[in-house]
Design a binder for this molecule. Structure first.
Ligand SMILES: [Zn+2]
Length: 342
């Protein structure tokens, strides 16, 4: 398996060193599966100031009540047709699933994850995560029962406004679709080609390879495997979890979700320490074993380049050239995260 690095060196006269000649290293990397590239550059610009989340919470309620808070969620959110769920909505613990008012596809729903409006990372408990993701799977099972078909069961999470959440109250976007999207589509195509060429599963080989190399592997939590991807999608870095031998979102068990919750609490401890307040999570499942893809998910840290100006962490290089850009070597993030997984 090839982890291709294309190092680059820049030379210039540095105003910070009396205009002496200086050299700066950066790197282009190629993903071992999709062959898509990303850049790693020592960017001194990333800032991690402390945020006043209570203030953000007050601001979020200043123009009216939140539709996901307990007194409104049962009054203002849509209900499913009886053939999908006779009670109208799915419930487990504090979590509730209802149809998305603005659907992404024919079957599109929202999972409100908590009763609390503001949930900082330290309050993202295993129980909360297990219930929210577990009840989302109940929705997918109901779609499968109703249609005898589901396609790809996609779960995504924009945690906090810096990750694109329009409401502060934690919620998941979940939908079933035959169109897995460009990134997952490319992964599946490449995993099928890998299987044809080698007779083996890419995701199994990746886990073995990362354990052997040890540079980016974080550890196992039960059956789940955790690592930092070679090519991150975020400017701060990504964490990846792989669910061995699970091919579709419907293959995930309560045990898998509990282990996912355990791993996420380690990630959350890292975030607290680093003043990282926001992430995107996406689950990448196949539609079944034919896709040669073990279910995996990425946590992609989000923030602002310049918090004073509210500068987004996505600029032209990501938005238009479609090139991910990361300011920290994945191996360095892995070194800091690894102790939290043991
Ligand atoms: Zn709320």
């Amino acid at each position: 398996m090839e982890f291709e690095r294309m190092p680059r060196t820049t030379r210039f006269l540095d105003p910070r060193q009396d205009y002496r000649e200086t050299t700066i290293e950066s790197e282009i990397r190629r993903d071992p599966l999709t062959k898509m590239t990303g850049r790693i550059a020592h960017f001194a610009g990333a800032q991690y100031p402390e945020l006043d989340l209570e203030e953000l919470s007050r601001l979020s309620l200043s123009r009216g009540p939140c539709p996901f808070c307990p007194d409104l969620v049962e009054k203002v959110t849509p209900k499913f047709l009886p053939e999908i769920e006779p009670q109208g909505r799915f419930h487990r613990g504090e979590a509730t699933v209802f149809p998305n008012l603005s659907p992404y596809d024919t079957h599109s729903a929202v999972t409100v994850m908590s009763a609390a409006h503001l949930v900082p990372v330290r309050d993202l408990s295993i129980e909360r995560l297990k219930n929210a993701f577990g009840v989302s799977l109940e929705y997918f099972r109901a779609i499968y029962r109703t249609d005898q078909h589901m396609g790809y069961g996609l779960i995504s999470w924009n945690y906090m406004p810096m990750a694109g959440a329009s409401l502060l109250h934690p919620h998941l976007q979940i939908y079933a679709t035959d169109h897995p999207g460009n990134f997952l589509g490319a992964e599946i195509k490449a995993a099928k080609a890998y299987r044809q060429e080698t007779g083996r599963l890419f995701w199994q080989d990746l886990v073995t390879e990362e354990i052997t190399r040890g540079e980016r592997y974080l550890g196992a939590v039960g059956n789940t495997e955790w690592l930092v991807p070679f090519v991150p999608q975020s400017f701060i870095g990504d964490v990846q979890v792989i669910f061995p031998h699970r091919f579709s979102i419907l293959d995930l068990t309560d045990g898998d979700l509990e282990q996912f919750g355990h791993g996420m609490t380690a990630v959350c401890r890292f975030m607290e320490k680093r003043h990282i307040y926001s992430f995107n999570v996406a689950f990448f499942p196949g539609h079944g074993p034919d896709d040669d893809t073990w279910v995996h998910a990425r946590v992609s840290f989000r923030g602002m380049f310049n918090p004073v100006l509210h500068s987004a962490d996505v600029s032209a290089i990501r938005q238009l050239y479609d090139e991910p850009f990361t300011t920290i070597y994945p191996e360095d993030i892995a070194r800091d995260l690894r102790p939290l997984f043991h």
